[in-house]
Write a new protein. Structure first.
Length: 70
């Protein structure tokens, strides 16, 4: 019975990592946080963290800022 609970915890942690792949901690951060703590804590981390910004979006924001400053 305990091995089933361990496997369920690993599967839930993987799912939480998958949900958090586009967040600041990324897949591995959410996976290990939910694996070491609890999957419920991993879900709270997903809700609490901000989405990751794309590098292309950052470059566009910098260009528009420079153009608008002139």
């Amino acid at each position: 019975m305990p091995i089933i609970l361990i496997l369920v915890n690993i599967v839930l942690s993987y799912f939480i990592g998958f949900l958090g792949r586009n967040r600041k901690l990324g897949f591995w951060g959410h996976f290990f946080a939910s694996l070491l703590l609890t999957p419920i804590f991993g879900l709270l981390l997903i809700v609490a963290t901000d989405p990751r910004k794309d590098e292309d979006t950052d470059k566009k924001e910098k260009k528009t800022k420079v153009i608008s400053d002139k």
